[in-house]
Design a protein around this ligand. Sequence first.
Ligand code: SF4
Length: 399
Amino acid sequence: MIHDVRKNPGLLKLDLYCKGIRLGESCSVGEDGGRQIMRTRAGLGSGLEVILQDELHTNIPVVEDFALNSPYLLNREPDGSYRIYHESGPVAPVKLALRPAWYDRKTSSGRKMSRIGTLQGTYLAIYPAKVCDYWLEKPERVNCKFCSVGLNLGRDDADEKTVEDVLETVGAAVEENKVTYVDFNTGHYKGDTYLDILEPFIRVVKKKYGLLIGVQTPPHHDLSRYHELKKIGVNRVSFCFEIWDRERFKEVCPGKNRQYGLDRYLEAIEYCAKIFHTTNGEIVVGLESPEKSIEAIDWITSVGAVPTVCVFRPLKGTDYEKVHPPSTEEMIPVFRRMYEACMEKGLMIGVAPNIKVSLVLLPEEGRYFLDNGNRYYFTRAKHAILRPLFKAAVKRRFI
Ligand code: SF4
C-alpha cells in the first residue's frame, strides 16, 4: 500500500474523513460554484463536497470541532483552482463538486428543489417522508446516537414531498447531471409504513425515467414485500444495522434495538441478497472495535451482500458530538478487508455507471489499501467486462 496521501487518493479520502479540513481565507466555495454545506440525511455528511484525484468524490468534515484542528487546509490558488495542504506541505489539487442550477429552482407546488433531493457525489438522494419516529418519542428520544436526521428536517429538507415534487426534481437532476441512480431513504415509522410511503414514488420515477433505484429503510416484517419492490423496479436495498457488537448496538441504536433487534436486520439482508442485484449491509466504523467491524464485513459478504462502511462523524448537535472520530491507522485494515472480502466472494462492485459516492469509501475504493495491487486479477477482469454491458443495459432500461 502507498502510505503517502499525496500519491494515494484513497488514503487521502479516508484521512480527511478522520481528520477533517480547515477552509483557508482565500476559499470562496459558493462564488466558485461549489455546493453549500448541508446537513445531509442519516447523519454522516455535513461537509464540503469535492472531487479528489482519480475522480474520487468525497464529503470532507469542516464544521465539526475536530475539523477546526485538522492538519489539512484547503486553499484557493491565485489561478482560482483549489489545493489541499498539510502542515508539512502541499498535498493534492481538488475540484469543487459543482452546485446544480436546479437547487435554486422551485417545483410547481412552490417547494425549492434542493429541499426535495440533493446530489451526494453523483447520485440523487431523496428522503420523502417525515422525520424518523425515534426522534419524536417522549419523554426520551430513542434515535441512533450519531444521527442528525431530526436536526435536519425543516432546515435543509422539506417535511412533506409530493410525488410531483419528486418527479420534477428527478427530471431536473437527470437533465442537468445525467444522474443514473436515485436513492430513497426513510427512518422508522410506526406500523412499518415506510415501504407503503415509498412505493408510489418508486413506481413513477421508474416508469418515467427508468433509472436505477435504491431503497434504504428498516427491515419490513413481511419479507415478501421485497419481491414486490423488485417487481416495481428497485435495484438495490440497503439495511443500516450500523453496529455488529450486540451490547454496543443497544447503546448506539436504542430505537432499532427495541423495535427490530439486530437479528431482524441480518435476516432481511440475507433474504434480500437472493433477490436483488445489490443488497447492502451498512455499518458505521469508529463506534466499536475495528475487529468487530471486520466481523460484520465478513458476515455481510458471506451471505452475498455488499458492505457499506461509513466512518463515524461526530456531527454538531447530535448525542455523540463530543465523541472523537476514529484514527486513520485503525481504519485502514477495515477498508482493506472490505475490498478483499468483496473480491474473494466475487461480488459485483464498481460496475454501475456514473455512481460516485461522497459519503463513504466505496467497496471498490478499498483497493487503495491493498499491499499488492495486482491481487484478484480475474475478478477485476470480470468487472471490467461487465461495466460496459451494465452501462448499456441501464441506458436501454433493461435493468
Ligand atoms: S433509524 Fe436511526 S439513523 Fe435512521 S433516521 Fe432514525 S435515528 Fe436516524
